[in-house]
Design a protein around this ligand. Structure first.
Ligand SMILES: [Zn+2]
Length: 165
């Protein structure tokens, strides 16, 4: 059984003679050795887009990190990014924990579940999600503060009339 060594770029190394040959070659052009590909092995190399291929897809190193869009928008983000597991956010109380898991795993899941044209397209899309998440969060917090202030602005004078000190 010949094993192929992973290398950067779209090449691999022949196990016998060590010469670099194009990934997916059937024979080594140098020594003629038959190159076997073990099933289930995804040839991952720089510049290769494996998005949308499921669990075997490997997240490019530059996309590793926190996903704010998944954190803020959870299942809404999950619909567009075909990450249905995000719907676990509907479980009461667990949703808070889930938001943090989505934030941590979001990039990997979105890359595995959805076909993206390029890393750049992926980044641009996730940036928009993060921006909208932040905007909605700010609106949410602002409305709570406004409602709270409004509540006391009415209740304060009312209390003065009802229970004068
Ligand atoms: Zn060879």
């Amino acid at each position: 059984m010949v094993e192929l060594t992973r290398k950067g770029g779209r090449t691999m190394k022949c196990k016998r003679c060590g010469v670099e040959i194009p990934a997916g070659s059937k024979y080594c052009p140098n020594c003629g050795l038959t190159q076997e590909h073990s099933e289930g092995v995804v040839l991952e190399s720089e510049g290769q887009n494996t998005s949308g291929t499921g669990r075997l897809a490997i997240l490019p190193a530059e996309l590793k990190g926190w996903n704010w869009g998944a954190f803020w928008l959870s299942w809404i983000w999950g619909i567009r990014n075909r990450t249905w597991i995000a719907f676990l956010a509907f479980i009461p109380y667990f949703s808070l924990v889930w938001a943090f898991i989505l934030g941590a795993k979001g990039n990997k899941w979105a890359w595995q579940n959805q076909k993206w044209d390029s890393i750049e397209q992926y980044k641009a899309s996730q940036r928009r999600w993060a921006m909208w998440g932040l905007i909605i969060f700010i609106i949410f917090i602002t409305s709570i503060i406004v409602a709270w202030a409004f509540f006391w602005a009415i209740l304060g004078p009312l209390g003065f009339f009802l229970w004068p000190s």
